[in-house]
Design a protein around this ligand. Structure first.
Ligand code: AMP
Length: 479
């Protein structure tokens, strides 16, 4: 199944080709036709499934007939509103809208808190068709009368579950009250709790259900391992793991902003290039931390659950839970950042005695036990026989890994490349990234056919980007 057969316009097909996408992901196959048919949808899809293009492409197509190059703001009213829980996600979504809409004359902008409001006001005043926003800052604009939502035709709630977790429900209700009653609603959520279902019932009219991952199911490509370790030994173990396994890109989760800052400082003291991302940091700091991590200038990004939500980091091989999350669902969100792009990922949890309850809950949710790994000997203890490094600091250490013999520049280069991966094993739905793409036998354009259509693709041109592993990597439920 191709993007052409979804009936997308040539300008969008060109932009998609520029991105190197060879075929639609399952969520795109399932979501694009009903969205183009102006139906409401309730989509269960995690970050990494290609969900952004799943709504951005049809929105651009639906708005395209009225595109115009007029400089008059009156000719550019907001017709699509996309709400996201975090600033980073808002920025990423708007970047995608720009990317896919680059051959169209539709205008978009993004508004979120933590940055100067004046440039946002200017962009809004100039007139735009697509607005991506976090709820709080959007309401600031509403209050200042710098945004007019009276002509919104399409509303997207992206990562709706997280918006509810973050307490945005009252804000969302206030925003919805400002929109025309007659509109199309698209709700995307990684999980479907009862609360989300209630929101969906209130918001959506006869929605088409679109699902590419099993309900609350984590990526099957991820190995789930853990160490039982005293809280006071966690840091030494973390340093040991990063160094002994030569981890170039690892996302480390903690529960609080304070823990994030402290751990970042401690890792830096251990000669590990680390940064942190959490809601107390300024937007500029958060953007920089993310960029440094993506570029490989830093190897470790310490994050809180909220800050990490929605981050699109490609080819992330490791996620470490330095502390388990209070809610088992957050574990699933956390590990959703690894095991992508046909790669295997590793989720490693450091679990101390008082986290037993959380561990039980996670294992119940996963319906499997995390694999218990034997504790290696840590710094200050005897050296583990099985490991080449014991976490002791080397006097000649570079600011990166003591284990690396490569110069810093070579090291940085290595980050740009994917980590070597074990071949992906076939998934329950027959999805196998290790094999070349074979077209699915079914050709119907119905959304049901999409259950089969997500079979993995290989990139034949170097420009082509890998499809994230979660793209149909999981057994799809019938919509
Ligand atoms: P998302 O789930 O929207 O955050 O997208 C995850 C990643 O998948 C992004 O880096 C997209 O650029 C990429 N992506 C989206 N659609 C496709 C596709 N059809 N083929 C390959 N990659 C895609």
């Amino acid at each position: 199944m191709s993007f052409e057969s979804l009936g997308l316009m040539p300008e969008l097909l060109r932009a998609i080709a520029d991105q190197g996408y060879t075929e639609p992901s399952p969520i795109q196959l399932k979501a694009i036709p009903p969205v183009l048919a102006r139906q409401d949808i309730m989509a269960c899809a995690q970050t990494g499934t290609g969900k952004t293009a799943g709504f951005a492409l049809p929105i651009l197509q639906m708005l395209a007939p009225q595109q115009n190059a007029s400089p008059s703001p009156a000719r550019h009213s907001i017709r699509a509103l996309i709400l996201t829980p975090t600033r980073e996600l808002a920025a990423q979504v708007e970047e995608s809208v720009r990317t896919y809409g680059k051959y169209l004359m539709l205008r978009s902008t993004v508004v979120f808190g933590g940055v100067d409001i004046i440039p946002q006001i200017k962009a809004l005043r100039a007139g735009i068709e697509i607005l991506v926003a976090t709820p709080g800052r959007l309401l600031d604009h509403v209050q200042q009368k710098t945004v007019n939502l009276a002509r919104v035709e399409i509303l997207v709630l992206d990562e709706a579950d997280r918006m509810l977790d973050m307490g945005f429900m009252p804000d969302i209700k206030r925003i919805i009250a400002l929109l025309p009653a007659q509109r199309q609603n698209l709700l995307f959520s990684a999980t479907f709790s009862d609360e989300i279902k209630r929101l969906a019932n209130q918001l959506l009219r006869s929605p088409v259900s679109v699902e590419v991952a099993r309900r609350n199911a984590p990526a099957d490509l991820v190995t789930h391992q853990m160490y039982e370790v005293e809280a006071s030994h966690k840091r030494a173990l973390l340093t040991h793991l990063i160094k002994s396994r030569d981890m170039h890109q690892v996302l480390v989760f903690v529960r609080t902003k304070r823990d994030a800052n402290r751990l970042m400082r401690e890792l830096v003291r251990d000669d590990i290039a680390a940064t942190a991302i959490h809601s107390d940091r300024t937007q500029g700091e958060r953007m920089k931390a993310l960029e440094d991590f993506k570029q490989g200038t830093v190897n470790v990004l310490v994050a809180t659950d909220i800050a990490a939500r929605g981050l699109d980091i490609e080819l992330l091989p490791f996620v470490i839970n330095y502390e388990l999350p209070y809610a088992a669902e957050d574990y699933i969100h956390r590990i959703g950042r690894t095991g992508r792009a046909g790669s295997t990922g590793e989720a490693i949890s450091l679990v101390c005695g008082d986290e037993q309850r959380m561990l039980d809950e996670i294992e119940r949710e996963l319906k499997r036990k995390l694999e218990r790994l034997p504790l290696p000997a840590l710094a200050g203890e005897r050296k583990s026989a099985g490991h080449g490094h014991d976490g002791h600091r080397s006097k000649t250490a570079t600011p990166r890994h003591t284990t690396s013999h490569a110069p810093a520049s070579a090291h940085a280069k290595a980050h740009a490349k994917p980590h070597p991966k074990a071949p992906a094993k076939p998934l329950p739905g027959g999805f196998d990234f290790s094999k070349p793409y074979e077209p699915a036998p079914a050709s119907a354009a119905s959304t049901a056919a999409a259950d089969h259509a997500g079979h993995g693709q290989r990139h034949t041109k170097s420009r082509r980007r890998p499809t994230a592993a979660l793209l149909g990597g999981l057994a799809a439920k019938k919509s």
